[in-house]
Design a protein around this ligand. Sequence first.
Ligand code: RIB
Length: 313
Amino acid sequence: MSEPGSPLVVVIGSVNIDHVVVADAFPSPGQTVLGRTARITLGGKGANQAVAAASGGVRTAMIARVGDDVEADKARAGLVAEGVDVHAVTTVPGAETGTAWITVAAGDNTIIVVSGANHQWPSEGDPTDGAGAEAAVVLAQLEIPLDVVQRAAAACRGRFLLNAAPAAELPDELISRCDVLIVNEHEQAAVSGQPDAESAKEPAAVRKAHAALRARGAKAVVTTLGEAGAIITDTDGTSTELPAVPAAVVDTTGAGDAFTGVFAARLAAGDSLLAAARLGIAAGSLAVRVPGARHHHADLDTLRAIASTMGKD
Ligand code: RIB
C-alpha cells in the first residue's frame, strides 16, 4: 500500500471495465468456438498501473476520464480499495466508461478496447492540473489521446515515463521527453519501425532498437520480454539483460502493467533503474499466476523476496 509522505507517482491513463472470456483456443476469423468461463473485472492499462504503483509503496494518484455510469463507480471504488487517490478521476457527462473485450487462450490474450470516456479530454491546458509539477514520476500509456500524453509530459517536472501501449508510432518530440520508455516486443517494433515483433525479441535487435530510440532522445529504454525477462538500457547506454522469474502462467493480461507500475513506484522512491526493474519483474511474475489484469496483491516485502531470487547481473 502507498505510504503517507512518500514520493508521488501520478498515473495519467485509461480506466476500463474488462469483459474476459477464457477459451481453449482463439477463434479464427469466421470461426465460432466455445468458451470455458466469462467474467467482468476492473482494468485499463492506466488504472492497472496505478494499482501496481501503489503496491510499490509510494503515494499514487490517478488522472483519468470515466463515464457517468455505474461502471465508473465500481472502477473508482476498485482504485480507492488499493490506495490510489481518485480525486482527478473525472466524470464525463453523457459518456460511457471504457471497456475492454479480452480473450484469454493458449497462455496468451487478445484485447479490443472501446475507449468511451478515455478519449474525451479538454482540448488544451495541463491535463494533470498541476499534479505533474509535484510528482516524482508521471507515468502515461497510449489508451488516452496522444496530445493529452504530450501535454502531461510537458507538465511533468520530475521523471516522465511512457509505456507505449498499445503499440503506436510516436513523434520524436514525445520520445525525447521520456526519461524511460517502456515497451514490449510488439511496441518496440512499432515505435522503432522494426519489421516484425518475433525478430524484435532477439537481444541484438532489442539493443539496436534501444540505441535508435536513445538517438531520438529517450534517456533510458526498457523492453519487457515475458518469459525471457527484460532488457534495460540505462541513461549511460549500458544494456543489461534481466531474467524472468519462472511462473506457472494462468493469464498474462496485465503482467506488463504490474511491471510498469511497480517499476515507476520504485524509481520515484529512489531505486536504480535495475533495482526497480527487478521488482517490476517480480510483480509481473505474480500477475501471470492469477486470472485478471490486476489481482496479484503483492506488498513490497514479497516483491523484494522474489527479486532476491533473481541473482545479480
Ligand atoms: O494491459 C491490460 C489492460 O489492457 C486490460 O485491463 C484492458 O483494460 C486493456 O486496457
